[in-house]
Design a protein around this ligand. Structure first.
Ligand code: PXP
Length: 263
């Protein structure tokens, strides 16, 4: 048997939205999400992720400007596929953008984009963003029809929504967790076979981040709420280092056992 191709490094994107949530609770300037982004970068984050929501409930427009000008770490701007957000992103041109579904009343991003049903809405946004030179990913469930539709839009990357798996795993619902896990494993392999770069995120913690890092096709995780919550107890630098270490342990497993799966 030939030597297995090394598995690509897995990148860590730290989502700092909830530092802004805390700041906005007092309507003041602190805690500063830009300081959090700088600390996360120093502690080993490869990207900073921030979601500029329509209602600006956490990240605000000036945060995006400062993340781009003051932080020495590439920004992945999460955004809805709206005219307003497209105008902002095509002016600011963050290195990466992730298109997410957004409903005002939701607590967080619940479920992936319906790329199959929303193709006509998404296509012009994808065209505008890629014309501006930002690398686009689509946040979708690990559903083969959504993955095919994403590939059909010629985006370079998808981010698989891991929320359903993480919730089931956290609550000890084994059967559901296994079903969701299998969908993620199969979805990642399918997307990779179609030429898509595969990211994943939502609801990840030390345990689930370690496990999902063993999937060799996944090359980026985006993690926010848990890491910011942990920072209350161990400090932000330490929570970033711990999640990074968990990912490295998971990747080592992949290197040990499944390296020959990657083409
Ligand atoms: N990826 C995307 C596309 C998201 O919308 C979010 C939540 O903002 C995350 C990752 C991070 O999820 P969490 O905060 O649960 O780690």
């Amino acid at each position: 048997m030939g030597k297995a191709t090394p598995i690509p490094k897995i990148r860590l994107g730290i989502n700092i939205d909830h530092v802004a949530t805390l700041r906005n609770a007092r309507g003041d300037a602190l805690p500063d999400p830009i300081r959090a982004a700088q600390l996360a970068a120093e502690a080993g984050a490869d990207n900073i992720t921030a979601h500029l929501r329509e209602d600006r409930r956490h990240i605000r427009d000036h945060d995006i400007a400062r993340l781009l000008s003051e932080v020495d770490c590439p920004l992945n701007m999460e955004m809805a596929a709206t005219k307003e957000m497209t105008e902002i992103a095509t002016k600011a041109i963050p290195p990466a953008t992730c298109l997410v579904p957004e409903r005002r009343e939701e607590v967080t991003t619940e479920g992936g984009l319906d790329v199959v049903g929303q193709r006509d809405v998404l296509a012009p946004v994808v065209a505008a963003l890629s014309g501006a030179g930002t690398k686009i990913s689509l946040f979708i469930d690990a559903d083969p029809s959504q993955i095919e539709a994403a590939a059909g839009l010629s985006v370079p990357a998808i981010e698989i929504h891991t929320g359903a798996w993480c919730h089931a795993a956290d609550e000890g619902r084994q059967d559901k967790a296994e079903t969701e896990w299998n969908a993620i494993v199969e979805g990642a392999a399918y997307a990779h076979s179609l030429g898509l770069e595969v990211h994943a995120g939502h609801g990840l913690n030390y345990v689930t981040a370690e496990k999902i890092s063993s999937i060799p096709e996944i090359v980026e995780l985006n993690i926010g709420h848990f890491v910011v919550g942990e920072a209350v107890f161990v400090g932000l630098g330490e929570s970033v280092r711990r999640i990074r270490a968990a990912m490295d342990r998971g990747r080592a497993l992949a290197d040990a056992g499944r390296g020959d799966r990657i083409a």
